[in-house]
Design a protein around this ligand. Structure first.
Ligand SMILES: *Cc1c(COP(=O)(O)O)cnc(C)c1O
Length: 231
């Protein structure tokens, strides 16, 4: 693998994050880079961690379990960024620093019940379908607001923000309405509950700068980091 290329990619992504944060009137430290390691082996991930990437994202729980095990000697924070089935919640909860994509009230309530029994339950974001695509998980914005009271009644699991994915195939520009809608939905849910909702998890390789300008605090970037690195 091309370690030099990996270092260059990471540096370029960091600079683009800092520049976009500045355009949004914030410092680079207002945005956390979650390096999405899915489809990359532990051997590919180790050098990335050595370069300083500490927040790593996986979208399948079983993949995350395997990699957390294989890289158990490293000081990393695992983020589950994909769908979590209720029956995998108990095992996953203590292994992760962050859950990005809680996509139903049922799952949220399952996590809330588990969180009541463990110290330091990880913070979670609620996934909102801002693109209208049928294949996307998550609440429709109106459905999320309709369940505001039931969501706010979950007192054990820390609900810290919202998460979304722009439609498949969108560009940096055409993704913008999704990110604006997520921010507006967050503001509306915040107005109806006492949840702080400080986090917006939005933006991937194709569109993370747009997401940051629209308020992202967590960006999930994979291919821009690993591009050209594999042999
Ligand atoms: C794969 C994935 C990403 C990263 O996508 P890239 O285009 O590779 O940056 C971000 N978020 C989720 C939920 C993903 O599944």
């Amino acid at each position: 693998m091309d370690q030099r290329r990996l270092a260059d990619n990471l540096e370029a992504v960091r600079q683009r994050i800092a520049a976009a944060a500045k355009r949004s009137g914030r410092g680079a430290d207002a945005v956390t880079l979650v390096a999405v390691t899915k489809r990359n082996s532990p051997e590919m991930i180790r050098p990335l961690v050595a370069l300083g990437a500490r927040d790593l994202g996986e979208n399948y729980p079983q993949e995350l379990w395997k990699k957390a095990d294989a890289l158990g000697d490293l000081d990393v924070r695992w983020h589950l960024i994909g769908h979590l089935q209720g029956n995998k919640a108990k095992k996953t909860l203590p292994m992760v620093r962050y859950i990005h994509a809680v996509d139903s009230l049922k799952l949220l309530q399952t996590l809330d019940a588990l969180a009541a029994e463990v110290p330091d339950a990880p913070p979670v974001c609620l996934q909102v379908n801002t693109s209208g695509e049928a294949a996307k998980h998550g609440w429709e914005p109106a459905a999320l607001l309709a369940e505001a009271d039931a969501i706010a009644a979950c007192r054990s699991i820390p609900i810290v923000g919202l998460m979304t994915m722009a439609a498949f195939g969108t560009t940096a520009d055409s993704a913008r309405p999704s990110f604006v809608l997520l921010r507006e939905t967050r503001d509306a849910l915040r107005a109806r509950t006492d949840l702080p909702l400080t986090e917006l998890s939005m933006g991937m390789s194709n569109d993370f700068e747009t997401a940051i300008v629209e308020g992202a605090t967590l960006v999930r970037v994979g291919s821009a980091l690993f591009e050209g690195v594999a042999p």
